[in-house]
Ligand binder design. Structure first.
Ligand SMILES: Cc1cc2nc3c(=O)[nH]c(=O)nc-3n(C[C@H](O)[C@H](O)[C@H](O)COP(=O)(O)OP(=O)(O)OC[C@H]3O[C@@H](n4cnc5c(N)ncnc54)[C@H](O)[C@@H]3O)c2cc1C
Length: 387
């Protein structure tokens, strides 16, 4: 049966025809081209790179940007793209988040016109891939402690440091590397092949296996001055990118949750124990009701967030609330679905265990669940409990 979506509260009535058409196009793409091959990539720990040109054709890279070959969609449409992609796999949505929100967004917002012209059309077309280097081995939730340094030397900066857990790292043509300079934290476009720059894949992950995760090593890399993002200084640069990406994640997590809910519901209707379908037992119904209720609440949160974003009224703390809630709930939904499937819940014949393990990463990256708790906590109390 083709996936028909989860819409307990008639949310489709809030979507425009264009938004529904975009969602359907991505849904069909995921169903036909991603679902049949994703388990294999997950097993082999590879990203399905052959899908990149198709993703570009469908306007997924830098989808909300205008000009430079980008689709110029509204934020609700972009959210729906993330939802459908992540129903396939969190690795697909991660690739799109990194390319668009973490690389094209800073080039578009903080870059020079020359940087925009050089990178954005190729990235929109999927011919150039980007990655975002903020996290370091010893600095994750507190990126302000970063040790990567960029020292001015004539027309160049000399960058040294290590960035770890970098999505798309080894397949990227350009890395946005955040480094400390004498005037504060700045973003640099570090290009593949620059002497002293290398990327090494991290293997042995049990989560987000169908995604490239790398360590970037910068050993006195000489980067020309014109490769620095000229229009931002300080942590507000990377934080602005993370806000964009977290918005997409709030929608994406719903897609993973929907895949788990749908699988568990169908399984519970078919699987019989004690002469009845599992769906006929109260405890199983309680789990399924919890799942569909949390998906519905998450949809309302994401949709309203998209409206606020389209009206340029959104605050970062509102994005934190949605990222925290929707990913946390998606993870719980995936664990409940895994439980309903019994032993079948641990095999890759069903997508549930893969989504469940992926969501462990999604709950951690782009600000952990607890960091977003503290961000919203600070917002409503005026007390900073982070430090
Ligand atoms: C698969 C994958 C892909 C990733 N992709 C990227 C990428 O493309 N680019 C990039 O820059 N990074 C990326 N990351 C890194 C990710 O953003 C970090 O892992 C994340 O920010 C958390 O940092 P950490 O792992 O160092 O954990 P830590 O910061 O060490 O946190 C560990 C635990 O301590 C808690 N904690 C920390 N500080 C506090 C506090 N003040 N109060 C209470 N609890 C606290 C955290 O909530 C967490 O539970 C990726 C990570 C993964 C797993």
């Amino acid at each position: 049966m083709p996936f028909a979506g989860v819409d307990y509260y008639r949310l489709d009535e809030l979507l425009t025809d264009e938004e529904k058409m975009i969602r359907q196009t991505v849904r069909d793409f995921v169903e036909r081209e991603a679902v049949p091959i994703i388990e294999e990539h997950n097993t082999r720990e590879t990203f399905p790179r052959h899908l990149i040109p198709r993703m570009a054709e469908l306007g997924m890279f830098g989808a909300t940007l205008k000009g430079y070959g980008c689709a110029g969609l509204n934020n609700v449409s972009y959210g729906l793209i993330c939802q459908e992609l992540e129903r396939g796999d969190s690795g697909l949505r991660s690739m799109v988040s990194v390319q668009g929100s973490l690389c094209m967004h800073p080039i578009s917002t903080f870059g020079s016109e020359a940087q925009r012209e050089r990178w954005l059309p190729g990235m929109a077309a999927g011919q150039l891939i980007g990655c975002f280097g903020l996290t370091e081995p010893d600095h994750g939730s507190d990126p302000g402690g970063m040790e990567t340094r960029a020292r001015a030397d004539g027309n160049h900066f000399v960058i040294s440091g290590v960035k770890r857990w970098i999505t798309n790292g080894s397949i990227a043509d350009v890395a946005i590397v955040w480094a400390k300079t004498n005037e504060g934290i700045r973003g640099f476009l570090v290009e593949k092949g620059m002497p002293g720059f290398s990327a090494h894949d991290m293997k042995g992950k049990f989560s987000l296996r169908a995604s490239v995760t790398s360590e970037l090593v910068l050993d006195d890399v000489r980067v020309p001055h014109e490769n620095m993002l000229p229009n931002v200084v300080g942590l507000k640069g990377p934080f602005s990118c993370l806000n964009q990406a977290r918005y997409g994640i709030a929608w994406g997590a719903l897609g993973a949750a929907m895949a788990c809910y749908e699988t568990a519901l169908e399984y519970a209707k078919l699987r019989r124990q004690f002469d009845r379908p599992l769906a006929g037992f109260q405890l199983v119904q309680q789990k399924l009701v919890h799942m569909v209720t949390e998906i519905t609440k998450g949809q309302l949160l994401a949709y309203r967030l998209g409206q606020l974003k389209d009206q340029q009224k959104v605050r970062p703390e509102q994005i934190s609330m949605a990222k925290r809630n929707n990913v946390g709930q998606a993870l719980e939904i995936a664990r409940l679905a895994r439980d309903i499937l019994g032993a079948n819940g641990i095999v890759n014949e069903y997508p549930v265990i893969r989504h469940m393990l992926n969501l462990e990463t999604v709950n951690t990256y782009e600000g952990t669940y607890d960091m977003h708790t503290l961000i919203v906590g600070r917002d409503i109390t005026g007390e900073d409990a982070i430090r």
